[in-house]
Design a protein around this ligand. Structure first.
Ligand code: NDP
Ligand code: 2IT
Length: 451
């Protein structure tokens, strides 16, 4: 391996639009780990970077299924098995029309470093399909999931690769996928996590990512000598699994959450959002957030198209702490400037890579406490690993036990990241701290395992 600039040049020359988000994720890691690579030549000698940025394999397959009108539908399915140096491939499945190989490579790459940071024995992977679950009946979801698993089952297993949920994939989809896996293989094993509780799911898996982001933020604010979240105004984006559970925990600890978003618009309710109503609209009815203002006409609904290009209404609301929990690149440099000008003290990423590169640089240069996704949203995969442990030992842990272990794991990640940043001369920079600590563990395992 040559120097960092050569590495970047090499990746630049092979860039294509589909891979933009993958390069964004990769470049961030490469820049962060430069001091580690310079201080220890073994990583170059073992060509770790060259080996780490190429997935072990990418599985791509056709998914054919029948809709409710008995018409044949065709989608593409993927599984990117990125790296299993630390344990079985592990990472979610995303069902969304935007899914392509580049998005799954970015998510799989982030997952390697995230899973490494947890200190648990799990490798990195991601998968999914361009299938759009919106507007589909339960039967259509079931038929799609069955067809998807007819192909995917060949490549997964409780000690091989253990998929879970992500955007568009929750316990309903995991249930159908598990049912089909069991039918094909006759094996009742913990091959997927995020299962419904009644057949092997862990208590608290649905809450884990959202709660974990809040636990991370509490510890980070304490370490950085900032005021706690209690009584503070917080903004959250998204209105799915991660966002709603982040809101739930924030409200439980006494913060006032004044916003959420979905793919069409933003709700701003200065008195604090009504979480029960949000759950009814988004989880039960799977509807649009616009329904919120029919119940609370004094709240504001701002459709996305009504906001200037490149900016988002949710990040223009004054807050103490911001929690982007929807999707990648949903927080731009314009949004970062708005948050900074409005006095925001901390930004914690619940979604994967929600902040653009420029936005992150703005936060870091203004000394905003910035919790990067691969550290802050690790709660989901941590409880997934707890689910694997429960399945393997045929046991069930109580809600309190899982919650306690999750809290401890998140606190340990914050400390690991903060200490690593300090050791490498970038105190307070949790981006570099997370990338260096996550990279180092997986790189050392790769060296010990040989080529
Ligand atoms: P869900 O499908 O439950 O929810 C996604 C939410 O984000 C929905 O409200 C959706 O709106 C909204 N959304 C999706 N795309 C956009 C967009 N382009 N602009 C604005 N809003 C959008 O997914 P999750 O909550 O599980 O995932 C959210 C993020 O968290 C993702 O980045 C995911 O990778 C990450 N993550 C998830 C984990 C998990 O355990 N589930 C673990 C760690 C990270 P609508 O309702 O209109 O579709
Ligand atoms: O991005 C993520 O960490 C997830 N979607 C959860 C992965 C998992 O295996 O639980």
């Amino acid at each position: 391996m040559n120097n960092i600039q050569d590495e970047i040049k090499k990746f630049e020359s092979s860039k294509c639009e589909e891979n933009n988000v993958f390069y964004q994720a990769m470049e961030e890691v490469i820049f962060s780990i430069a001091p580690l690579l310079e201080s220890d030549e073994k990583y170059a000698r073992h060509a770790i970077l060259d080996r780490l940025v190429v997935p072990d394999r990418i599985i791509k397959f056709k998914v054919t299924w029948l809709n409710d009108k008995n018409e044949i539908q065709v989608n593409t399915g993927y599984r990117v098995q990125f790296n299993n140096a630390l344990g079985p491939y592990k990472g979610g499945l995303r069902f969304h029309p935007s899914v392509n190989e580049g998005i799954l490579k970015f998510l799989g790459f982030e997952q390697i470093i995230k899973n490494s940071l947890t200190g648990l024995p799990i490798g990195g992977a991601k998968g999914g399909s361009d299938f759009d679950p919106k507007g589909k009946s339960n039967f259509e979801i079931m038929k799609f999931c069955s067809s998807f698993m007819v192909e995917l089952h060949k490549y997964i297993g409780s000690r091989i690769d253990v998929p879970a949920g992500d955007i568009g994939v929750g316990s309903r989809e995991i249930g159908y996928l598990f049912g089909e896996y069991k039918k094909i293989t006759s094996s009742y094993e913990g091959v997927l996590t995020g299962k419904p509780f009644m057949f092997g799911g862990s208590l608290m898996r649905p809450q884990a990512t959202g709660y974990g982001v809040v636990y991370f933020t509490q510890t980070m604010l304490e370490i950085e000598g900032k005021e706690s979240l209690e009584g503070k105004t917080c903004t959250v984006s998204g209105a799915g699994n991660v966002a709603l559970h982040a809101i739930e925990k924030l409200q439980e600890i006494g913060a006032i959450v004044v916003s959420c978003t979905d793919s069409r618009g933003t709700i701003h309710d200065p008195r604090g959002v009504d979480l029960c109503l949000l759950k009814e609209i988004k989880l039960q009815k799977r509807g649009s957030l616009e329904g919120y203002i029919r119940v609370y006409p004094e709240a504001k609904y701002i459709p996305f198209e009504e906001y200037p290009e490149g900016a988002h209404a949710v990040w223009d609301i004054p807050c103490y702490a911001a929690f982007p929990c929807a999707t990648q690149n949903e927080l731009t440099d314009i949004d970062a400037q708005n948050l900074i000008v409005n006095g925001c003290v901390s930004v914690s990423e619940g979604a994967n890579m929600p902040s653009t590169h420029k936005a992150i640089n703005d936060f870091l240069s203004h000394k905003i406490c910035f919790a990067p996704a691969k550290a802050a949203n690790a709660g989901g995969v941590i409880v997934s690993e707890f689910e694997m442990a429960q399945n393997a030992s045929m046991s069930k842990w109580s809600f309190e036990k899982v919650d306690e272990k999750l809290k401890l794991a998140m606190q340990q990640i914050v400390k690991r990241v903060a200490l690593t940043a300090r050791d490498y001369g970038v105190e307070g920079n949790y981006v570099d701290g997370a990338n260096i600590a996550g990279f180092k563990r997986v790189a050392d395992a790769m060296i010990a395992e040989g080529i």
